[in-house]
Write a protein that binds this ligand. Structure first.
Ligand SMILES: [Zn+2]
Length: 223
């Protein structure tokens, strides 16, 4: 008589029912064992495997892999859209581009990177590239981490993501060159990295506030 049968004996005197109850208990134990095992293996798997399991959208997945040059090994397509912006602006962070804007092949699939990644590897100051108003200061744990969306007087928008810190509030006016936050994105070190693999600024330029209106930031930045 196994332990489950003994337990079942307390519940019912019928041998047949005792056996049935013990089978049910064994079944429940196995089911929970497998479930807990599955949850642990998902939680301990690499981020890109987790994201493919849960089908996070492609754009977010591209941003998720930000900050690691090895992850940006696709074919960058420099945007050739006929947008003409007569004035150019200072860079939001004095660093090197670690990932270009555009389409790329990521893990064998077409992917799209909606901004450029600029990195110094430090918590360096990020500036506003033009005068404007802060529209959004938010934390997007699945993608951008701590990010700022600014509506510029010149008629475009910029988004600065994976910040370690923000120095501005929603509704606040900012001027060109003003420090608006600090470069971040180092998982386990910087607060609110979002889905980033290393310290950098993910920088987007949008024609409207919408994600679908993104253009290559290099069009508006001083070369
Ligand atoms: Zn990026």
């Amino acid at each position: 008589m196994n332990i489950f049968e003994r337990f079942a004996m307390i519940l019912t005197p019928s041998r047949k029912r005792r056996k049935m109850i013990s089978y049910v208990i064994v079944g429940i134990v196995i089911f929970f064992g497998i479930s807990i095992g599955a949850v642990i293996s998902i939680l301990t798997s690499p981020a890109e495997i987790r994201s493919s399991l849960f089908h996070w959208d492609e754009i977010k997945r591209a941003d998720a892999l930000d900050g690691n040059i090895a992850d940006c090994n696709g074919i960058p397509i420099i945007d050739s859209s006929p947008i003409q912006i007569s004035t150019t602006y200072p860079w939001p962070l004095n660093g090197t581009i670690t990932c270009q804007y555009g389409g790329r092949i990521l893990y064998g699939e077409d992917d799209f990177h909606g901004g450029i990644d600029i990195s110094t590897g430090k918590n360096d100051p990020v500036i506003s590239i033009a005068d404007g108003t802060v529209l959004r200061v938010q934390i997007d744990k699945k993608s951008y981490g701590l990010y700022l969306l600014i509506q510029h007087d010149a008629g475009f928008y910029t988004l600065s993501a994976h910040l370690a810190q923000s120095f501005v509030k929603e509704g606040e006016r900012v001027v060109q060159g003003q420090t608006i936050g600090l470069e971040g994105g180092e998982p386990g070190v910087d607060p609110y990295p979002g889905r980033s693999t290393g310290r950098h600024l993910h920088f987007e330029v949008r024609l409207t506030g919408d994600q679908n209106s993104r253009i290559n930031p290099l069009i508006v930045l001083n070369q």
